[in-house]
Design a protein around this ligand. Sequence first.
Ligand code: ATP
Ligand code: MG
Length: 321
Amino acid sequence: MSGAPVISVEDLHVWFDLADGGELHAVRGISFDLHPGERLGLVGESGCGKTTAILALMGLLPASASVRGRVLLEGSEIMAGGEDTISPHRWKDVAMVFQGAMNAFNPVQRVGKQIAEAMELHGTATGRSARLRVAELLELVGIAGERQDRFPHEFSGGMRQRAAIAMALACDPKVLLADEPTTALDVMVQAQILELLVSLTRDLGLALILITHDLPLIAQVCDRAAVMYAGEIAEIGTVHDLYADPRHPYTRLLFAATPDIYGDDLVVSIPGSPPRLDHEPVGCPFRPRCDAFLERCDTVAPRFRTVAPGRSVTCHNGDPA
Ligand SMILES: Nc1ncnc2c1ncn2[C@@H]1O[C@H](COP(=O)(O)OP(=O)(O)OP(=O)(O)O)[C@@H](O)[C@H]1O
Ligand SMILES: [Mg+2]
């Protein structure tokens, strides 16, 4: 992609304090750029740090978390000053559709009012202009504007998910983070929601990070994908390159794994499981499951290195160093 990235993440780490006094290193130094209008998929087995990474970009991690690294929004660092520097950008520049967002509406309050409240909270619109803007947002996601006076139970699951997306768009963000936005929706509705996300990136120039376990879905929707493993980016590149020429054994195995019959989860047929992150792994964290390991993988952690423009991998294979 040419031009300047809208958001750049540089060596982002997240640790959680644990009740037993220990620490869990959930995100272990990830870096990537995202350009306006671009759609980046974030994939990887459960617990690899996908949600934690994007919550860090929103500054929405719990108090037990500590972060390190840089997040640049249109070139300006927004994370170093903590809440003071990140909160002016939350929802206004970087917005999120949470895992299970469609179930997060207050059942006794009209949908439109809940979206309007988000705008009033951020001072982007109030009163009548908020009502008009809510109608506009609902239309944008394919819901008739007058339906804003309905209650959440009067919406289907797909409509509630559209409304959750409309709510995230309320303050006109530049980056949308969507955490499994189609889980629990049937295949037809899922396709419509994905189409909506694609059209928003095209029409509004919105940059999208889409988290999902569903690799075929990434292939349909995203330009690029980052494969996460044990809190790191194992590999990042165009979806085409990851399928056609995976450089990390995990990418290869993951992309060869098959979705289950319900199509909403990945049956990871890779033997073994990811390492626990409450102890720093020695050597490569993927080594116990790898079918292409080298001697140094036992003791030396591979570095995240760029192998081609826009293409990076955390693997000793092919690394002359
Ligand atoms: N508040 C927390 N306190 C302690 N550990 C946490 C907390 N939140 C997440 N973790 C741990 O951090 C790691 C990453 O979790 P995260 O939820 O980011 O994974 P994920 O990739 O989003 O998984 P999933 O696909 O299941 O949603 C896991 O080991 C998880 O147990
Ligand atoms: Mg998650």
